[in-house]
Design a protein around this ligand. Structure first.
Ligand code: SF4
Length: 227
């Protein structure tokens, strides 16, 4: 996209609200509201956040369906089920042994800290909850922020590989930065509207999935006008 003048200087690495909102408006017009997170319960949302690590959502859907069919898509069921059986059910999501272990750790954390009371968990101060989530084995910043944004409905913009790829290709952010720097840039630039935080990330995933792949399909991409 044509960045704001100030963004042309390599030393600057902040985003302008108007640039981001222009991108969002274009994507929203192309893809429509994405209605994320695609989950029926807060726990299902958290399970999805772990299952989607390093895999496409279509594979997560298959794993979620397996869990649902086996009546294993609840906090109580994940606590009860053996790790081996859990791994077999989530096999389509890839890294199934690792992810089964992570789901078990998440469930143990929810039990130990909140006795399975998600409402109490989501009522916690966002920064404190983020710190606690990051201590759970297998939960990194992207997974923690997905849970905070889509589960707890708190203002933590989710940064993923698509976000970095798209905004780097459009030279809106230059150089290599940590996850936290990326998130701060988005959090600072965006108006604090939960639906915007929510849907913008979903739109980025849509454009990343359909157009901004390792070989970009710029010719047919809605963001081509900003190159
Ligand atoms: S595919 Fe091209 S136009 Fe679309 S977001 Fe990626 S770099 Fe931009």
């Amino acid at each position: 996209m044509k960045p704001s003048k100030s963004l042309n200087y390599p030393a600057k690495r902040y985003l302008k609200s108007k640039d981001l909102l222009a991108v969002y408006k274009t994507l929203r017009k192309s893809f429509g509201h994405q209605k994320w997170w695609p989950a029926r319960t807060p726990f299902e949302m958290m399970v999805g956040a772990i299952l989607t690590q390093n895999t496409a959502w279509i594979n997560v859907e298959k794993a979620i369906e397996n869990l649902r069919s086996a009546n294993a898509l609840s906090f109580a069921a994940i606590r009860r089920i053996s790790e081996r059986r859990l791994a077999a059910l989530i096999r389509p999501a890839g890294y199934f042994n690792i992810k089964a272990n992570r789901l078990k750790h998440l469930a143990a954390f929810l039990q130990k800290e909140f006795q399975g009371n998600f409402k109490a968990m989501f009522r916690m101060n966002g920064k404190k909850l983020r710190e606690r989530l990051l201590q759970v084995k297998g939960i990194g910043p992207e997974t923690a922020d997905s849970i905070l944004l889509y589960g707890a409905k708190k203002y933590f913009f989710v940064i993923d590989a698509y976000t970095k790829r798209i905004f780097t290709r459009h030279r809106l952010i230059r150089g290599k930065h940590s996850y936290d720097v990326w998130q701060k840039l988005f959090n600072n630039a965006l108006p604090r509207k939960l639906d915007l935080f929510n849907d913008f990330h979903a739109q980025i995933v849509a454009v990343g999935k359909h157009f901004c792949r390792s070989t970009p399909q710029c010719e047919s991409c809605p963001l081509k006008i900003y190159l």
